[in-house]
Design a protein around this ligand. Structure first.
Ligand SMILES: *Cc1c(COP(=O)(O)O)cnc(C)c1O
Length: 334
């Protein structure tokens, strides 16, 4: 029985084409700036997303950290959602390593941060206060896509109030594919964007931070400082390039599979939140651990969370959906 892993879109294995591209990659020492494949990946992302420069890093966590630290000095502050990855899921890195104070605010049901609340959280120029420097948004946010008009309004606010605007675009391409727009329509509103290659795009490792030449210059220094300067990293960059070339449009399949699975589970009586991209949230409540164990016996891996997140990806085929639905149906009967 093959295993269907719905815990995250990080679990994908490199496809045959990707492995071949990795094996063929031209290599050099990237700390010397001499890995041609890393250079090509950085140039490609910068060009496609409309930035002057880009930096390849091992993880999205490092990419966001370098972005925050490049924008903010010690004693500065960034405004961020309570549930945002850059606040809640990165070990407090901005505070620990950057001495940057987070100012979290509650997010809205649609994944956005209310811009009135953001503006109210900006501190006056007063020596009692940290200096508010940056607003960090996330898109997609728990599978939800931020509307383009919202991004324009966030840009207007941050420009008017002198803040930088950073996007944690771990799943930027899920948002762009869902909206049917070029990713630039999203990224053009931001001063910096972090994109994960290792989520839905299906690369084994890697993220890219995009920004101005000056910002990326600072981030490159910081990357060395936190130990992220890799040497012959072109094999990994080749996986990223392959993902960008061949595995963006197919995200629509993940979205279709998620929508179908969500509808089928709702049909079985599960409480399912509206599905937009590749994430399905199901209210499982106290049965979370029992469900996880039951599904494991059926070869289906899920987390044990009361608000259960199911994620579709490259290694979940549409032909797998009936088996997942049948297992959830069987759990209702036990
Ligand atoms: C996965 C993820 C990251 C970065 O994660 P790494 O595991 O460090 O690569 C950042 N933001 C969001 C929203 C993510 O989902």
């Amino acid at each position: 029985m093959s295993i269907i892993d719905l815990r995250s879109d990080t679990v994908t294995l490199p496809s045959a084409g990707m492995r071949e591209a990795m094996a063929r990659a031209e290599l050099g020492d990237d700390v010397y700036g001499e890995d041609p494949t890393v250079n090509r990946l950085e140039a490609t992302l910068a060009e496609r997303l409309g930035f002057e420069a880009a930096l390849f890093v091992p993880t999205g966590t490092m990419s966001n950290l370098l972005g925050l630290m490049a924008h903010c000095e010690r004693g500065d502050e960034y405004i961020v959602g309570q549930q945002a990855h850059t606040y809640k899921y990165e070990g407090g890195g901005a505070a620990v390593l950057g001495s940057i104070q987070p100012q979290p605010i509650d997010g809205e049901a649609d994944g956005s941060l209310d811009l009135g609340k953001v503006e109210a959280a900006i501190k006056q120029d007063d020596f009692h206060f940290a200096r508010t420097r940056l607003l960090a948004l996330e898109n997609t946010m728990q599978g939800k896509v931020l509307p383009l008009e919202y991004l324009a309004a966030a840009r207007e606010l941050t420009r008017r109030r002198g803040l930088a605007l950073h996007l944690d675009g771990a799943r930027l391409y899920n948002a762009a594919v869902k909206q049917g727009v070029d990713a630039r329509e999203i990224t053009r509103h931001f001063d910096s964007v972090s994109v994960c290659l290792s989520k839905g795009l299906g690369a084994p490792v890697g993220s890219v931070l995009c920004g101005s030449r000056e910002l990326i210059g600072k981030a490159r220094r910081l990357r060395k400082m936190v130990g992220g300067g890799m040497r012959q990293a072109g094999g990994l960059a080749a996986a990223g390039l392959y993902a960008i070339e061949h595995q963006v449009e197919r995200l629509a399949e993940d979205h279709a599979n998620a929508e179908r699975l969500g509808a089928e589970l709702a049909g079985l009586g599960y409480r399912v939140e509206p599905v937009q991209t590749n994430m399905i949230y199901v209210d499982i409540g106290a049965q979370a651990a029992a469900l996880r164990d039951f599904l494991a016996g059926q070869g289906i891996r899920v987390s044990a969370a009361p608000r259960l997140r199911l994620v579709t990806h490259l290694d979940v085929k549409s032909a797998d959906i009936p088996r997942i639905v049948e297992a959830f149906a069987a759990f209702r009967r036990v």
